[in-house]
Design a protein around this ligand. Sequence first.
Ligand SMILES: [Zn+2]
Length: 275
Amino acid sequence: MWTRNSAFLLAIAFTTATPSARGLPVDDRVPGGIAVIPIGDMTRPEVYLEQQRVLVVGSPGRWHAVAGIGLDVTPGEISLQVGKPGAARRIPLKVLPRDYPTQHIQIQDQRKVEPLPGDLQRIELETARMAAVKAHWTELEDPALDLRQPVAGEISGNFGLRRIYNGQPRQPHGGMDIVAPKGTTVTAAAAGRVALVGDFFFNGITVIIDHGQQLVTMYCHLDRVQVKPGEALVAGTPIGAVGQTGRATGPHLHWGAYLNGAAVNPALLLGATSR
Ligand SMILES: [Zn+2]
């Protein structure tokens, strides 16, 4: 992947692209939320949550760890580890419960609700491929945390919804659904590098962008894609067009955001406050 040098040069490019609009996400310590934790160390701390490295931004004495809290985390006390594993100090934080609403969806193609045995094998491989990309750590000093919505439109499905497809409970909603006409341009939410382009059973035609330090965004159900893996993007670069590929009841963009491997509510990254 990136060398240290190219990551450094990109960091400069990203900084000049957005000189003043950089900020921190909303601190929302619930399953599917983000914990923003100030750390006063003089040197850049290495922070971990459950063995996963956590994104850190800031400057000496004024760091912030920005940790994704998985939707599957049980509310209660969890802790960040600051320092190398084995010699770390702990920062406890309290995860509050969040009661996400339920959404019922009718899908015409029953196979997208009850996949055939051959589909299951494909789904397993695709899930592993996407998980590997979301788990990849790319060094970058100062990732942009002020994301922009990749397409304008009405939100038809918020993050975290408990989903019932054709009467059967399935995985909770790991992103935000934005309705827009088929063919509407979809743009990169922030500067980054295209980590994966694929056509998946549930997600349809998909682009995943690596923004550095394991902040990753995902764009699904696309009609077409106009970027290639490895390509460097600035915020707002067109990456493709809204479609209805994969498991979708109409043209929309499923937009996902991930921190330290956990799906988090993308809306928290849109409400960035200046730091
Ligand atoms: Zn969705």
